[in-house]
Design a protein around this ligand. Structure first.
Ligand code: SF4
Length: 325
């Protein structure tokens, strides 16, 4: 992967959650929510991470920011190994890495005004005096397309789209370099989604931002991403630039996902690939390739050996034995 311009390097990231049982609450197993994931994010780009619910994409985003402590692996941001930072150093580092959450209603304190919500990270990081902070908050409200006269309103007095704009202003307040956006438009009406996506794109150019954009909706991810990674059962199975991935998907899972997306061109006929079986549980993922229980191309080796995540040319990474032949 490109080393020179990379802002974030994620290497062999794992996040396992213990399953406890019995009267003594002993550990009886673990959920492998993120299971050996590696990727890099270049300065100024948007890396989309896509996959079905439960594939580990949100946990990956949270583990990057250490909102969930990684079980193992490395997360290097501008040369700093985040997993080794002590609590206070990590708190300071969060100025550079911010998160926008899926549900703006749940992630905004209902008892605080829009002004207080956006001002909070400035206070936490000791930025500016009260009058300077006020000026900055008012500017941020304008930047995200909100009326400054509504600064004193509470979250419930805004629409869903406006609440997400407050969430974006809050993330932007400390002038981060990287924003992890976890399903930032999936709770919004379709008509509002594109407005918020356009806002995120405008802000990226204005503030020189880098995004990790997590979503289950392939069309939304295509709209905003430069490169896209596909996750299945805690693993990254394919990663490529957007056009390669959408026009020539190489992994059978990506091919199946894309076959379900409606194509706007009526002359273009794409055969729908129906996957058999349910998604296996991440507490007991299949041996070998995690997708082998549902893959239409499964071979003997797939049931035994986990395929390596390899570059098959022009930084198109795939984990599949079919390509190794
Ligand atoms: Fe299918 Fe085998 Fe490739 Fe897995 S490794 S996606 S089971 S062909």
């Amino acid at each position: 992967m490109t080393q020179s311009q990379s802002l974030l390097e994620v290497r062999n990231l794992k996040k396992y959650f213990p399953i406890r049982g019995g009267v003594f609450g002993r550990k009886v197993g673990e959920v492998k929510a993120v299971d050996d994931v590696s990727f890099s994010v270049n300065k100024g780009e948007t890396l989309g991470i896509v996959g079905e619910s439960g594939c580990g994409k949100s946990t990956t985003g949270r583990a990057i920011l250490r909102l969930e402590e990684p079980t193992s692996g490395n997360v290097e941001f501008e040369g700093n190994e985040l997993t080794r930072l002590k609590k206070e150093a990590m708190r300071r580092m969060r100025r550079e890495l911010q998160m926008v959450f899926q549900d703006p209603f749940a992630s905004l304190n209902p008892r605080k005004t829009a002004f207080e919500i956006i001002e909070e990270p400035l206070k936490v990081h000791g930025i500016g005096h009260a009058s300077e902070r006020k000026e900055q908050v008012m500017e941020l409200l304008q930047v995200v397309g909100l009326d400054v006269s509504h600064a004193g309103r509470y979250p419930h007095q805004f629409s869903g789209g406006q609440r997400q704009r407050i969430g974006i202003a809050r993330a932007l307040a400390v002038r981060p370099k990287l924003i992890v956006a976890d399903e930032p438009v999936s709770a919004l009406d379709v008509s509002i989604q594109s407005q918020v996506l356009n806002l995120l794109e405008d802000l990226q150019h204005t503030f020189d931002l880098t995004y990790v954009f997590i979503a289950h909706d392939l069309s939304v991810v295509r709209h905003i991403s430069d490169r896209v990674g596909v996750m299945y059962l805690g693993r990254m199975v394919e990663l490529a630039n957007r056009d390669s991935l959408y026009d020539q998907p190489l992994h059978p899972y990506t091919q199946a996902l894309l076959s379900a997306v409606p194509v706007p061109d009526p002359d273009s006929v794409r055969e729908r690939i129906i996957l058999s079986g349910d998604v296996p549980t991440p507490s007991n993922p299949p041996k070998g390739c995690a997708f082998h229980t549902r893959c239409p191309h499964v071979m003997d080796i797939c049931q035994e050996v986990r395929p390596e995540f390899k570059d098959y040319g022009e930084e198109h990474y795939v984990a599949c034995h079919l390509l190794e032949k």
